[in-house]
Design a binder for this molecule. Structure first.
Ligand code: C5P
Length: 222
């Protein structure tokens, strides 16, 4: 039988990461943070001082970059070319680089198989922008999470503040709106809900309520 997949797509700050990790944990399934792959290439491109307009160099960089996930510790660590890049990955610089790189069709194609390789028994929760539309179109359950831009900026603000990163609400809101526009308007795999996705607006909702709502889509397990 094919390994079951639940896809959770949505814009940045919609709560995808938090919800997906919690749902995966509750189900005892694997978890794919597909954004981390694009961010990893963005970080590697930064290390190599590549020009974000040089598509050819970025495609080569995608093939050359090794990305490892270490689930052993308390927090999921991401290794880029063998170096722990977990913290660097979360910065807005990495997010913006990821978003620019993610618009290159050859980069997306190169990362396709790496993403599909996460589909391992007993199941997978895949979080991203095109999990339900492109990577796992045959997923058994598809969710599209949204939240108002203000709430998403507010969540990011708190996250970054916690990490001691200095940011302003205004700057974050502007960055989020710019990234939304770029992700929604690109020619390849633009951010949009799959036709068969269940939309959930998380504005003003607690994590546990959303987790329960997502789990309620799956058949009851004994
Ligand atoms: O989800 P996260 O904010 O980590 O994603 C970073 C960037 O990677 C997004 O802005 C988007 O451009 C890109 N991305 C993508 N497809 C995915 C996941 C992320 O294009 N499946």
């Amino acid at each position: 039988a094919t390994v079951p997949v639940l896809t959770i797509d949505g814009p940045s700050g919609s709560g995808k990461g938090t919800i997906s990790r919690a749902v995966a944990q509750r189900l005892g399934w694997h978890y794919l943070d597909s954004g981390a792959l694009y961010r990893a290439v963005g970080v590697a491109a930064g290390w190599a001082d590549l020009d974000l307009d040089d598509a050819g160099a970025l495609v080569r960089c995608t093939f050359d970059t090794t990305i490892g996930f270490d689930e052993g510790g308390e927090e999921l660590r991401v290794l880029v070319n063998g170096h722990d890049a977990t913290d660097e990955l979360r910065t807005e610089t990495a997010g913006a680089a990821a978003s620019a790189i993610a618009a290159i069709p050859e980069v997306r194609a190169a990362l396709k198989d790496r993403q599909r390789a996460f589909r391992v028994a007993p199941g997978l929760v895949a979080d991203g922008r095109d999990m339900g539309t492109v990577i796992f179109p045959d997923a058994g359950w598809k969710v599209f999470l949204t939240a108002s831009a203000e709430e998403r900026a507010d969540r990011r603000y708190k996250q970054l503040k916690n990490k001691g990163v200095s940011v302003t609400m205004d700057g974050l809101l502007r960055e989020i709106l710019a990234r939304d526009a770029r992700d929604a308007n690109r020619a390849v795999a633009p951010l949009r809900p799959a036709e068969d996705a269940v939309r959930i607006d998380t504005t003003g909702q607690g994590i546990e309520a959303v987790v329960e709502r997502v789990l309620s889509l799956l058949p009851a397990r004994n």
